[in-house]
Design a protein around this ligand. Sequence first.
Ligand code: P6P
Length: 336
Amino acid sequence: MNRRKTLTQFLVEQQRLEHAMPAQLRLLIEVVARACKVIGHTVNKGAISGLLGSLEQENVQGEVQKKLDVISNDILLEANEWGGHLAAMASEEMDTLHPIPNRLPKGEYLLIYDPIDGSSNIDVNGIVGTIFSVVKAPESTAGREVIEADFLQPGRNQVAAGYAIYGPQTLLVLTVGTGVYVFSLDREMGSWVMTSERLTIPPETNEFAINMANERHWELPVRKYIDELMAGADGPRQRDFNMRWMGSMVGDVHRILTQGGVFLYPRDSRPRMENGKLRLMYEANPIAFLVEQAGGKATDGKSRILDIQPNSLHQRTGVALGSSQEIERLADMQYE
Ligand code: P6P
């Protein structure tokens, strides 16, 4: 019987074959993966858990928090505090960084995450996910408290990134810089088992994901690019396109990693959207790392996302990612 490779086996192999994977990073990934199992179980219980619906409070983004946003955030905090692999954590649901308590050992890594991406889908049983990004803490933090500036590293510094997606299947999609790997949760065994490896995004596609309701707010190059796709075979592209929009970045990105396509959330003229809706540190950066590792491209419409120098923890960015020929076409249009 061909037994599937578990996440642990994969990480041990990465340690031996591809490149040294420090023990702390291996522990970090296994702890995050275990926390995602708990989150997935909680999401899957839905109304039975009494955790659907919203709280009477907003997060730093000014968004009403869902109960599961806060519960999932706490699951990741509690899972990661004790291990001695982290110097600090940060999350969409916390105003500022969460240091590792002085009573506990500190490690070399910083974990940044969005505990539930697509939370507006929760109450309607739509796709949601957990997105995470890992960078090394600057060496200078060894002798001092971690500060927010320590997190503000460009996405190209990431040493690991991934997401869990809670849908018909519960999957963990991971990169440690050697390609993109997919692990399925085997609920009978309670373990993550590899079901796809080295995902590749085709350079061409006929499928795009964007929220068309915002069209009148987009900048002209984006409107021109999308108009061409909508014109299909009757227009300059001379072929028909298809549109998908899940309202959950993880869901749309998983489709693109699996079969190609492009996802766009451009900045637009609406209030608070002048820098886009999606957050750089815990949505755009980890997803851009995965997309590039799968041979795709990820820009803010013009420039590579992984080269953006962050200036605040919750800053936003425009996002255009997926099949490379389309992302390059959009970028070229910005300069016409
Ligand atoms: P809209 C979810 O809130 C999210 O951050 C992404 O996961 C998703 O792609 C996007 O926002 C959906 O935004 O404006 O279409 O609701």
